[in-house]
Design a protein around this ligand. Sequence first.
Ligand code: NAP
Length: 311
Amino acid sequence: MYDLIIIGGGPAGLTAGIYAARAKMNVVMLEKMMPGGNVSITAEVENYPGTPGISGPELIVNMEKQARDFGLEIKSEEVLSIEVGAGTNGHTVKSDAGEYTAKSILIATGSSPRRLGCPGEEEHIGRGVSYCATCDGAFYRDKHVAVVGGGDSAVEEGLFLTKFASRVTIIHRRDRLRATKIIQEKAMKHPKIDFIWESVVEAIEGTPTVNNLKIKNVKTGNVTDFAADGIFIFVGYIPGTDFVPGLVDKDQSGYLITNMEMRTNVPGIFAAGDIIVKKQRQIVTACGDAATAIKSIEHYNEWYFEDEQYL
Ligand code: NAP
């Protein structure tokens, strides 16, 4: 039986891996793709202390190396379900490649980009619709791209796209941005960036690649055509909790509810990072959650599985 199975290899999972391996736990990480999560598709990380201006992929490579150097085992497997065990049997994780039992499980599966849900979005993915500026920005050299959203992701990735595109138009449904002030200011001042306020994208058009957007002004209801070569969508994220047992408490949006020690309501199941209900979804807060979670897991494993009085 493992002491701990970490599900997900973003900043929370990798930090948990570093802390658990250093605590000499018998630990494995299950990650369905490459470690990194959303950070690995982030162009530049400005606010992770001590690494000003580092790229997302570079930060993740460093974190992964650090975790592996301490002995973390990482398996490329997709978790399909968790079976909650009784007593000291531990919990069982079923993946597409095997079945593992552990005293504790840390869910750190983060979230994935939310879709706009408008006509033309699905069929143009990879043909003008993108959710990743780092991955696809270079395809839009000297082109005009639209960015949808008003949060940190939209504005930061919009700024990144100016490296390639001749013009970046940020389309936002309100009359003010939600992004951090410093990047708002950068975007407002940038000669290649303009804004369309109080507007939403109603349809994405073009054959075979995107060349037009139908944009509706939410105040007037007017729908207009807007020529663009591509559209980058950053309208938030949805939590990846499909495999999580119904027994684990979630909020209305599917985020996992934990206490300050990162415990869910099910003993031995912990969660950390973007997957949990919280106010600040940042790399640094994900790492902090994970460090807290490992301390709680150490205590839980010791108390529940080793304390003679309890047994
Ligand atoms: P977010 O903060 O949830 O912002 C989503 C944006 O999309 C909002 O402006 C929202 O509009 C808009 N939106 C939502 N649904 C929409 C729809 N159906 N149509 C049009 N617009 C829609 O998401 P995020 O920017 O991806 O950030 C997620 C979290 O990661 C945040 O906590 C953020 O601070 C963090 N993050 C941090 C950094 C950083 O610190 N460097 C970088 C990236 C992300 P409203 O404003 O009207 O709600």
